[in-house]
Design a protein around this ligand. Structure first.
Ligand SMILES: C[S@@+](CC[C@H](N)C(=O)[O-])C[C@H]1O[C@@H](n2cnc3c(N)ncnc32)[C@H](O)[C@@H]1O
Length: 184
């Protein structure tokens, strides 16, 4: 018997999520990378990356380490497929896919220059733990971009990072409140 619910959940919804991630990657992430003052040579963590949006965003860079991390196994599996295809066509930048939760990131202390969290932290219950993890993995002067940022995210970020720079909507961004935090 055909399992229509399963097909709908995994094929139709999964496909739509994939299209959104590609759209985000192509049209919004380049702006986030610029906003995060990304430079060639940087190592960047895309937390809650779904299908690997960060992989689509790096056309204007040659030498980034791009890490796509998601807690959902199916998302990471899809991101690996995207990585394989993009690796075949372009050797510019290195792409990595890791499974993991933002509340326990499987990366060393002070090992990344930038963290981008686009519509992931809003789904997390213990936001403080995730923000502490972002602080741990970021190098000094590393930059974290979080969007959207609800009030409790702003308060938690303020207590963990000392101060937050809240930027209102720019032309490039769809969402009204975003955080840009420079780790001291
Ligand atoms: C709305 S999607 C955003 C996808 C992507 N950032 C983008 O902009 O296209 C949210 C993603 O966050 C992931 N996620 C939720 N909680 C997470 C956590 N604690 N750690 C890592 N990923 C998480 C979900 O599995 C999902 O793929």
């Amino acid at each position: 018997m055909v399992d229509t619910e399963r097909i709908f959940n995994y094929r139709v919804l999964g496909g739509l999520t994939g299209l959104f991630s590609i759209k985000n990657g192509l049209f919004e992430y380049p702006a986030y990378l610029r906003w995060a003052e990304t430079e060639d040579g940087d190592r960047i963590l895309d937390s809650g990356s779904a299908f690997g949006s960060i992989f689509f965003a790096s056309r204007s860079y040659k030498n980034l380490d791009l890490i796509s991390m998601d807690v959902n196994y199916r998302m990471s599996r899809s991101a690996k497929k995207v990585k394989k295809i993009l690796d075949y066509f372009s050797q510019k930048n290195k792409r990595y896919v890791i499974g993991g939760s933002s509340s326990q990131i499987p990366l060393d202390d002070a090992s990344v220059n930038r963290v981008i969290d686009h519509f992931a932290l809003v789904y997390v219950q213990d936001r403080k733990k995730t923000l502490e993890e972002y602080r741990r993995v970021l190098k000094p002067n590393g930059i974290l971009i979080v969007m959207p940022a609800e009030n409790d995210i702003i308060e938690a970020a303020d207590s963990i990072f000392g101060s937050v720079n809240i930027q209102q909507q720019k032309r490039d961004f769809l969402y009204p409140v975003a955080l840009k935090i420079v780790k001291k």
